[in-house]
Design a protein around this ligand. Structure first.
Ligand SMILES: Nc1nc2c(ncn2[C@@H]2O[C@@H]3COP(=O)(O)O[C@H]4[C@@H](O)[C@H](n5cnc6c(=O)[nH]c(N)nc65)O[C@@H]4COP(=O)(O)O[C@H]3[C@H]2O)c(=O)[nH]1
Length: 728
């Protein structure tokens, strides 16, 4: 055989030829013609060149697939042409045919990357076969190059997709060490991808899930049986900034085995595991919140009504089995609505949170504290040795609440009304038990709040009454004739003269008789009926003032209670001024009594409204002074005229040193701020005496007179020395 094959391809190659461009380079025309004829084929274009220069100019175009090149040319040698092709990166296959028979020239040609070397006197079939091999080889090369390009493109695409993926994508070797990790791992776990290569997967798996997921990370199965959608917690790199937003993420993990590529139909050697982990932390948190929300109160994080009910039902079953007692306590924060209305909901919310935390502190682990809604809480004491234990717990809670709460730089003294019901004494099912505790709690509220009461059967009736009061109050406001004003004289202790009258509303309920304002005013405030009631009080009081003036009592101030809610109304000033003008009441004879809580609100609009009210000449007193708040800053901010010492301090005078000291301090504050001071709830001569000694001369209380209806008030006034002496 004369042909020397470089690739050792079979002698008789199968033709893959599609449209080829050939060039025959020889200085002898007879050879060119002979080979052109020999190689002629419908798929081929065959050109000729008789010297090196002509050949180069044709090759320059880069369209020649195969050149049949004589080494010996008149101008430049065939070897130089091959060097030129290499230098110019022209991809043309060269078959050298030469008259030189030496092995050296063949070696030279092959070193210059000739595809084959043929002698000029070779068998024409050898030439045919060599050309066919060269063209086939070239065709395969082209296909290979195209496949390589496609592979490169596809790899680039996959790399892009893997890097851009929102999921962590990784591969592990069969020992469980990372061999690949995409860049997403940085934003999710705070590790650089390279940092993890060569590390064991356990580095990123939360130890709590380690046993649970080790099969997934050594997964050998592929296809449908492989691990999919397994929920796993991954650990965040503890030293990365990412760790500040959480120490773990939850992912859904899918893995499958990776095997060495083998012929189709055969499985190769297991080389490791590939996996995808999708971050579902956000979804998980949302799910947990929804699940938590169903059974907890989001503000205090305490169990809610549903969970409490569930636990109570279980506790009842358990108590009945063991023949034990259990207790339910129902809590309501006294005057909480006032805090919300006065300071706004964020402060109210914070107070509820702190209240819940304090009560929780007083309970044992097995007890359940739940929020029923608003300012209502319940406690389940699941196993009760003695009924007396409840009182101990209630006292502990109340003692804890005695310490002031500090919310947004404001101190609050919170008191609570507690009702208690015991299984099986008061009720045998959960709903009934809660209702009994609720009724007992209302009983405490009705009796002046801040206390604890155990359920008693008669409470059933008063509870039902309370519910109907709201409806009856609406009716009373509509009709207007069930209310009456009473007046309690305010006296100058030294002279016994009346200086003013506190106006106190009474409600004559058609069936229940007289209902105390302590009972219906809070309901009126809750329902908004207070606005209509206050209007009625203002008009009626002004008309009584006119009547009193006509009788010669034209020097008496009228003290009127206004609920804090009314200060929020935009027509607040007109509502006060109109009745004053209508009945010719000089504004300085109207004394609006407001609670400290309103002044503490310190909202610009309230400040402005109170100031405008003062500008009209109306007087302002602070009612129940000293009972709730310790800050006195507001006294500087508001130009009030008087402070009223709360009756709780007066009541304790002579009994407690504390009250004495408090009243002494209040009188001192009043003098400091140049304010008038009046003590309410004076019932005894001893109290009068001490108050007098402390520098408080204006007083009000049963010692002088109870609140009286209008006619009786006139009679009383007529007995005062001032009037008796004939000086109104
Ligand atoms: N134990 C004792 N009590 C005394 C003595 N002197 C007076 N009191 C009572 O103490 C309460 C004083 O009124 P308050 O602190 O403003 O407390 C008032 C006030 O906050 C509210 N209120 C009464 N009338 C109105 C009104 O027209 N509008 C508003 N918004 N609230 C009113 O209802 C509360 C209760 O009013 P009342 O039942 O009339 O109760 C009155 C009065 O009867 C005493 O020496 N000893």
């Amino acid at each position: 055989m004369n042909a020397i094959s470089i690739l050792g391809v079979p002698d008789k190659p199968q033709s893959l030829e599609t449209g080829c461009h050939l060039l025959i380079v020889d200085d002898e025309a007879r050879f060119r013609t002979a080979y052109k004829t020999l190689l002629a084929h419908e798929q081929r274009v065959i050109e000729e060149a008789e010297n090196g220069q002509e050949a180069l100019s044709k090759l320059k175009e880069g369209t020649i697939d195969l050149v049949i090149l004589d080494l010996k040319l008149p101008d430049i040698s065939g070897l130089e042409i091959m060097e030129w092709l290499t230098a110019n990166k022209i991809n043309t296959t060269v078959i050298v045919f030469s008259a030189d028979k030496s092995i050296n020239s063949a070696i030279h040609a092959l070193r210059h990357r000739a595809f084959e070397f043929l002698r000029k006197d070779c068998d024409p079939d050898d030439m045919l076969l060599a050309v066919e091999r060269a063209l086939n080889h070239r065709q395969r090369d082209k296909e290979h190059a195209s496949i390589s390009a496609q592979l490169k493109h596809s790899e680039r695409l996959h790399r892009f997709l893997v890097e851009q993926s929102p999921d962590i994508i990784f591969t592990l070797n069969k020992e469980g060490f990372f061999t690949f990790m995409n860049g997403r791992v940085y934003s999710l776990l705070g590790y650089e991808a390279d940092e993890l290569i060569g590390k064991h997967y356990s580095l990123i798996v939360d130890p709590r899930d380690y046993l649970h997921v080790q099969y997934a990370f050594k997964e050998r199965r592929v296809g449908l049986r492989a691990t999919s959608n397994k929920e796993v917690r991954f650990r965040v790199n503890p030293v990365s900034p990412k760790a500040s937003s959480g120490s773990e993420i939850t992912v859904i993990l899918s893995t499958q085995g990776v095997y060495e590529a083998q012929d189709i139909g055969q499985t190769g050697r297991f080389v490791g595991t590939a996996g995808v982990a999708r971050d579902i932390s956000e979804r998980k948190r949302a799910e947990e919140t929804i699940a938590f929300q169903a059974f907890h109160d989001l503000l205090t994080k305490l169990p809610n009504r549903n969970l409490f009910m569930d636990r109570l039902e279980m506790a009842i079953v358990e108590a009945s089995r063991r023949k034990e007692k259990l207790a339910v306590m129902f809590f309501d924060l006294d005057r909480f609505k006032l805090v919300n209305d006065t300071y706004g909901h964020p402060v109210g919310d914070q107070l509820l949170r702190e209240f819940a935390a304090r009560v929780r502190k007083c309970l044992r682990n097995g007890d359940t504290l739940a929020r029923q809604g608003g300012d209502e809480f319940t406690v389940l004491l699941p196993s009760l040795a003695h009924r007396d234990d409840i009182a101990v717990i209630a006292e502990k809670i109340q003692a804890e609440l005695h310490k002031p709460f500090r919310v947004s730089d404001t101190q609050f003294l919170a008191t609570t009304s507690i009702g208690v019901a015991v299984y099986p004494d008061d009720a045998t099912n959960a709903a009934e038990l809660i209702r009994c505790a609720d009724m007992a709690m209302y009983q405490v509220k009705g009796q002046g709040k801040n206390g604890c009461a155990a359920f008693l059967p008669h409470m059933q009736t008063s509870y039902l009454n309370r519910l109907s009061i709201e409806n009856d109050l609406r009716e009373a406001v509509k009709q207007g004739n069930q209310f009456e004003l009473y007046f309690q004289p305010q006296m100058e202790a030294l002279t016994g003269n009346a200086t003013g009258l506190e106006v106190l509303i009474r409600w004559h309920h058609p069936k229940e008789g007289m209902i105390s304002p302590d009972v219906f005013i809070p309901i009126a405030e809750e329902t908004g009926l207070i606005v209509a009631i206050s209007d009625w009080v203002l008009w009626k009081a002004c008309s009584h003032f006119a009547a009193l003036s006509a009788l010669g009592f034209d020097h008496l101030r009228l003290g009127i209670n206004l609920s804090p809610r009314e200060f929020d109304r935009s027509d607040f000033l007109e509502r006060i001024q109109v009745p004053l003008e209508e009945f010719g009441v000089p504004p300085q004879f109207l004394d609006i009594e407001i609670t400290e809580s309103l002044l503490m609100k310190d909202v610009e609009s309230i400040v402005a409204r109170i100031q405008r009210l003062r500008d009209t000449g109306v007087h302002i007193s602070i009612d129940d002074f000293g009972t709730r708040y310790s800050s006195l800053n507001y006294l500087r901010r508001f130009s009030v005229n008087r402070i009223k010492i709360d009756q709780s301090f007066v009541r304790d005078l002579g009994l407690s040193q504390d009250s004495y000291a408090i009243i002494q301090a209040i009188v001192g504050i009043a003098q400091n701020f140049k304010l008038n001071v009046i003590a309410e709830g004076v019932e005894t001569a001893q109290q009068l005496e001490i108050l007098h000694q402390l520098g408080c001369n204006e007083m009000q209380g049963y010692f002088f007179s109870r609140p009286l209806p209008f006619e009786k008030t006139v009679e009383f006034l007529k007995t005062t020395p001032q009037h008796a002496l004939g000086c109104p």
